[in-house]
Design a protein around this ligand. Structure first.
Ligand SMILES: [Zn+2]
Ligand SMILES: [Zn+2]
Length: 419
């Protein structure tokens, strides 16, 4: 797993330090630095943790080892520095709210706009110095140039990021899939990265985390996973199944899917009733208002009188609202709780069972399959590929080596020098 282009412990030009997220899903943070410049990719947290003083959060590994960014009035160590965010999932932005240094934080325009909406709605804590990184417009940060490429993930505005020090090229895939509606975006950045002869390609490897995703599993007996495209016919099918109320639990930050739900519902003669938060985010991104907002456009009594005319969006926190209905069909589409690991999942299942409300799961993954991840790494053809954002990076790295690609299993906080 060694690579002759990487040297440990020698003083050379660009340093790369992996700050978090090497053996887990999310919270992956990497720093590229020279004597006077630093760029950091993503600033997430991997798991829920108890609040504690910053020094403890860093010691526990819940925040990255960047005390100068998290301490008020700390002396600036770099003349030029910036943070770049690949996308708006908590595991990529969760640590931003702890920032104390006046460091700019760049996001794609859709991510920036979504972030501002979420801050306005009180869903996200305010973060200073948020800025827009326009797609494929290189931005100079001291010794580095950073370019963002539109990508495909289950959240609006996802980026893959390219970093250069003028000699070396490094790239961060962000979270990515190849079976989504924007596959051509991914193919495009993969081609650009390939042409740049990357020294280092950091790729998410979520699919190498679960036994059920094992490459040896017989694909012919596995149900085909839903894609964003195949989801909508399934949704319409469910809407045709009943004249009862349909309840929908999707994920707010996947704005494009919300818009697809609006259009699909309308096509079969129903309108979606969103809560204020969902409605406000949708209004920001889509001008055609083919949906309703609860308690502004329609109330629960009106929905009770004509349940066949509506799809009611519901959050776990508003579950008790469903007690107004005797019958309904509950559709879960990546809304919280996200999985069995979340204790709220059992509460949700118990609630639905107690009320005899059937539940249908219409979830779509934002992550590439193992085969697609390997195809992507082979398309990029970096000198070294690092798989992270995975519970089993060793397994992922072994699969890369089988494909003839050089790989590296980095150590947390170890500095790698590129000469
Ligand atoms: Zn992630
Ligand atoms: Zn993500």
């Amino acid at each position: 797993m060694s690579n002759p282009l990487l040297f440990k412990g020698e003083l050379k030009m660009t340093q790369v330090r992996f700050l978090n997220g090497l053996q887990t899903i999310g919270g992956n943070i990497v720093e590229f630095s020279t004597a006077n410049s630093r760029v950091i990719m993503d600033m997430g947290t991997a798991a829920n943790f108890a609040e504690a003083p910053i020094t403890e959060l860093i010691q526990q590994g819940n925040l990255p080892d960047l005390p100068d960014l998290f301490t008020p009035n700390a002396a600036a160590q770099y003349e030029h520095q910036a943070i770049f965010i690949s996308h708006m999932h908590i595991d990529h932005i969760g640590a931003l709210k702890y920032l104390q240094a006046p460091i700019p934080v760049y996001l794609s325009r859709p991510s920036y706009e979504l972030y501002q909406e979420l801050i306005n709605l009180g869903i996200e804590a305010p973060v200073a110095n948020l800025r827009v990184l326009e797609i494929e417009q290189p931005l100079v940060v001291g010794d580095f140039t950073v370019t963002g490429f539109a990508s495909d993930h289950d959240v609006i505005g996802a980026l893959a990021l390219l970093v250069s020090d003028g000699v070396h090229y490094f790239a961060h895939s962000g979270d990515v899939r190849l079976n989504g509606p924007h596959r051509q975006r991914v193919e495009h950045w993969a081609q650009v990265f390939q042409q740049q002869h990357l020294d280092l390609f950091l790729s998410e490897a979520t699919a190498f985390s679960f036994d059920t995703m094992d490459e040896n599993t017989d694909a012919s007996v596995q149900p085909q996973p839903l894609t964003e495209t195949s989801l909508m016919p399934k949704f319409k099918e469910a809407l045709h199944q009943t004249r009862d109320l349909i309840v929908l639990n999707p994920y707010l930050r996947n704005i494009e899917r919300l818009n697809n739900f609006n259009q699909s519902a309308k096509a079969v003669g129903r309108q979606i009733v969103w809560d204020k938060n969902f409605g406000q985010c949708l209004e920001h991104f889509y001008s055609e208002q083919n949906w309703l907002i609860l308690d502004r456009d329609v109330n629960i009594d009106q929905i009770k009188q004509n349940p066949q005319k509506y799809v009611l969006q519901n959050n776990f926190e508003q579950l008790s609202l469903l007690e107004n209905f005797d019958h309904l069909l509950y559709l879960q589409s990546n809304g919280e709780p996200l999985g069995d690991y979340d204790p709220r999942m059992q509460q949700l299942l118990d609630f639905l069972q107690a009320h005899h409300f059937p539940r249908v799961v219409l979830s779509v993954s934002g992550h590439a399959s193992q085969a697609d991840l390997l195809d992507l790494a082979q398309a990029v053809q970096a000198k070294t590929t690092v798989y992270w954002h995975s519970f089993h990076p060793q397994k992922a790295a072994a699969a890369l080596e089988k494909c003839g690609l050089a790989t590296l299993l980095p150590e947390r906080n170890q500095i790698y020098y590129f000469s």
